[in-house]
Design a protein around this ligand. Structure first.
Ligand code: ANZ
Ligand code: ZN
Length: 865
């Protein structure tokens, strides 16, 4: 055994051992219960960042703990390898995205291995490989067959200079990120997946999931189920009788309508603008805003009166139509009834354009005032209709029922359930993605690629230059024959949204070599027992995965309807930020590694200077590690300086998995010092610790006391492992080492060996290399096998019991002292000890004893007089 702890040596030895025995290759042939734990697969951006390290360490700790607990555990890994950054890097460096991606994968894989993660690499997948995306294509065609995929026009951002479609992130302040020109909106045909068919299913099944409550709430809000009424305002145009439909959740306020607002994209807006150029101008102006619902919600409310009127369906009043930017075409009917007294947005609109505000609901005992109007909207259970003719006095529910019935009897409307969720547009006008398996033929139209011709392989040698999709000019890719009429055809050049790739990869891990999409092994491993990833994926990725899984279930490909039973969303990794600001207010951010920080006597940072020039720089806020703030710590430098075990121990100790973790150099130092102590203790007591033929003397008080401490801590650690509260496991381990160090001179070899062996196993999931090294060097493996598969230490409950207890001593009911006595002492010996106690002697002088009362485990009371 090496005298000094040299992490690089210890880690290399452990890793090459695990590699030699193919330690993490797992299959389905097992009597053991299965446990499938998966981390969200990384984008191969170049190198691991601390967020990855944290995510995979949590996963690894869970893996190693449960494997020792007797589970058949699988932890796979893969690469979310398609997507825009590869195209941007390709443009910047002139290399094909494929090359850049594969190089990154190779480097990051090496880093993961250096961290010692228990990954079964035989199941590795990269979503940009044809053997994977073939099944995206196959499933797309199956969904097309079932009507779950359809073609519809969608709006995209069009850069007129670069002649390319831009993603929302590529539009900055309404302009193309490269060209800087104003972006236009274009309508193009796109493929959609009918996730809305599953809206209710997706909502209901949230109840079955053991997921963080806030993730469930986010999903619920995204699905957005609303109960309301859809009805029409009659009007006549071009000699025809028509209805302007609106959706409202507050039909009880229908008598308070003072205007209607339609979306700029509403067909009626288009029709009316034909007669009025100012409407057309307004609509065009609005086109320059964002297309997302979020951007619509935040922009300033604007509108224009059309001078066109519809009829109120119940009062018969004339109501003017406005065109407004706050009404989205994709929700409800793309039109709203304006009730400014009781709706926030309508109020702002009416206020701005001086439209009448008419109160139609009240809460008894409360005055209506424009300033507090929101109260009327919020507390709907307490409202009653007023100024509403025959509906006066009705409460919210009664009013909606009656009004819906009246509209219904006129044939103008009915109650309706509305979802906010929209179908999933999966077409992307990008190169680096799964090709959509469609062939365009002049005679036959859009023809699906026959199953036998899959995959449609994406050429890996193209280099995008920022002017449109390179597939569109690749003759080799484009040219093909129409599967129907065998005349020349042209391939679809759109590729799939990368959320498609990540919607089912966890199922493919279970059968990476299958010549079907999934097979029986999928039903063995899936659903995931634990899914781990960032909160940023709480909505889209998880929702699409859940949808995809349900479609797979309905196609009888799998027997489960939810991908993950348990979800852990790990907290962010934060660090200090440092910057300098120039005259124009532009900030330059410096990496913590280039900075010297000066602390006050309470170790609080007070100032900082740049190492390079010694000059002051500004201490910024503590923020999420990010490129934009240049405050990341490179895990590689940590591995090089301290070793992987220190990095792992630090991230596990610094915070519970779900909470934010603040980077701290001194925390890393502390973790490193602790591991050195662990090593030194094992090393300097090697002879004592490796003696295997020693008897544990359970009557020796020092031994008893150490065992009691260690088993009490073990009990706590086991509980914390169970609830994945790993930071407190580390504190328990630290306390264990303290106790062992304190008692080692007076304890027997047997107890020392037992206690140190418990400590190694408790620490092993977090710091597998050093514990593996010590376990083997001290010969624990000869007795109990590899640390990898040895049994988890169980609490010896008899060790928890204290040998001696303390009883309160009373004389005539007054507390006079206490009595230390063996836990199992007889009544007689308790009496004797009580009578012989100095306080008894002092307080019973000259009196005679009448009675001895013993409350077991608590007190002795001597009655004397
Ligand atoms: C009148 C009204 C009065 C409304 C009132 C609310 C409060 P949720 O709950 O999200 O379903 N709305 C309907 N379609 C819209 C669209 N395409 N764009 C923007 N807003 C639209 O929201 C339903 C409410 O959102 C509807 O109820 C409608 O305003 C508005 F005191 O109608 B309400
Ligand atoms: Zn054809």
């Amino acid at each position: 055994m090496q005298e000094k702890y040299v992490p690089a040596d210890v880690e290399a030895a452990a890793q090459s051992h695990w590699q030699a025995i193919d330690a993490y290759k797992i299959n389905e042939c097992s009597e053991k219960p299965k446990f499938y734990c998966v981390s969200m697969l990384p984008y191969p951006s170049g190198k691991l960042h601390m967020g990855h390290v944290r995510n995979y360490t949590i996963n690894d700790v869970m893996y190693r703990h449960l494997r020792m607990r007797g589970y058949n555990v699988l932890m796979p890994m893969g690469w979310d390898a398609f997507g825009m950054p590869a195209e941007n890097a390709a443009m910047a460096n002139g290399v094909p995205p494929a090359q850049w991606t594969y190089e990154n994968i190779a480097y990051m894989k090496k880093q993961m291995n250096a961290m010692g993660f228990a990954i079964d690499w035989s199941r590795e997948l990269a979503t940009c490989k044809p053997e994977y995306y073939k099944w995206n294509q196959w499933f797309f065609l199956k969904m097309l067959e079932k009507g779950l995929v359809y073609l519809k026009t969608g709006i995209v951002n069009w850069d007129p200079v670069d002649q390319t479609v831009l993603s929302n992130e590529q539009v900055i302040d309404g302009r193309g990120w490269r060209s800087g020109v104003l972006v236009e909106k274009r309508e193009i045909p796109m493929y959609y997946m009918r996730i809305t068919d599953y809206a209710d299913d997706l909502l209901q099944d949230l109840n079955k999931l053991d997921w963080p409550e806030r993730v469930k709430v986010m999903q619920q809000n995204w699905i957005g189920k609303s109960f309301g009424v859809t009805f029409g305002f009659p009007y006549t145009l071009d000699g025809e009788q028509k209805l302007l439909y609106v959706f409202t959740t507050r039909a009880d306020t229908i008598m308070g309508v003072t205007f209607c607002v339609i979306s700029t994209e509403h067909p009626l807006a288009k029709r009316l603008s034909e007669d009025k150029p100012e409407l057309k101008t307004f609509i065009n102006e609005c086109k320059q805003g964002g297309v997302t619902e979020a951007s619509i919600a935040t922009q300033e409310k604007k509108g224009i009166a059309t001078g066109f009127f519809v009829t109120h369906p119940l009062s018969g009043e004339s109501i003017e139509i406005w065109i407004g930017n706050y009404v989205v075409m994709s929700y409800g009917e793309g039109a709203v009834m304006g009730v400014p007294a009781h709706d926030e947005r309508d109020f702002a609109f009416a206020h701005k354009y001086n439209l009448p505000i008419k109160q139609v609901i009240t809460v008894p005992g409360k005055e209506f005032s424009i300033e507090v109007w929101q109260a009327w909207y919020g507390d709907k259970e307490a409202t009653l209709c007023i100024n509403s003719g025959k509906y006066n006095g009705l409460n919210y529910h009664a009013a909606i029922d009656t009004i819906a019935a009246d509209l219904n009897s006129k044939g103008l409307g009915k109650k309706q359930v509305m979802f906010r969720l929209r179908d999933w547009g999966i077409s992307r006008q990008r190169y680096w993605g799964t090709p959509i398996p469609i062939i365009h033929c002049d005679a036959c139209g859009a023809v699906p690629v026959p199953e036998k011709d899959l995959p449609v392989v994406l050429p890996e040698n193209l280099v995008p230059d920022g002017t449109g999709n390179p597939l569109a000019t690749s003759i080799e890719f484009l040219n093909c024959t129409c599967p129907k009429c065998h005349k020349p055809g042209r391939r679809e050049t759109d590729t799939m949204d990368t959320f498609v790739d990540s919607s089912w990869y966890f199922s493919r891990y279970t059968c990476p070599d299958a010549d079907t999409m999934v097979d029986a092994r999928t039903n063995y491993w899936m659903p995931m027992d634990q899914y781990i990833g960032g909160i940023e994926h709480a909505i889209l990725h998880l929702l699409y995965s859940r949808f995809w899984t349900k479609v797979m279930r309905d196609m009888k490909l799998v027997s489960f309807g939810e991908p993950a039973k348990n979800l852990l969303t790990q907290g962010m990794v934060l660090n200090e930020t440092y910057y300098r600001e120039d005259m124009s207010g532009k900030k330059t951010w410096f990496n913590p590694s280039e900075v010297n920080v000066h602390f006050d006597d309470k170790a609080r940072p007070i100032s900082a200077s740049l190492s390079l020039d010694g000059q002051e720089i500004v201490l910024g806020e503590i923020e999420k590690m990010a490129k934009s703030k240049n405050n990341g710590v490179d895990p590689q430098s940590l591995i090089n300086q301290y070793g992987a075990d220190t990095a792992r121990l630090f991230v596990m100790f610094a915070a519970p998995p779900e909470q934010q973790l603040k980077w701290s150099e001194s925390g890393v130092d502390g973790a490193s010092r602790f591991l050195r102590r662990l090593w030194n203790f094992g090393q300097s007591n090697a002879t004592l610790l490796s003696a295997t033929d020693v008897y544990i003397d359970t009557t020796n008080p020092t031994d008893q006391s150490l065992r009691r401490k260690i088993h009490t801590l073990l009990k706590q650690a086991n509980y914390d492992y169970q609830r994945a509260q790993y930071n407190t496991v580390v504190s328990a381990a630290m306390k264990m080492l303290n106790a062992i160090e304190n008692d080692h001179r007076t304890s027997g070899a047997g107890v020392m060996r037992e206690c140190y062996g418990i400590l190694l196993r408790i620490l092993y999931p977090m710091v597998p290399h050093i514990t593996h090294g010590l376990w083997t060097a001290l010969g624990y493996d000869r007795q109990s096998g590899e640390l990898l598969d040895t049994t988890w230490p169980e609490v010896d409950t008899s060790a928890l019991i204290q040998a001696e207890i303390e009883l309160i001593l009373q004389v005539n009911g007054k507390v006079r002292g206490s009595l230390k006595i063996a836990r199992d002492a007889s009544r007689q010996s308790i009496e004797q000890a009580a009578l012989g106690h100095e306080m008894t002697i002092k307080f019973s002088k000259g009196m005679t004893q009448k009675k001895v009362i013993i409350v077991p485990g608590r007190l002795v009371n001597l009655v004397i007089s």
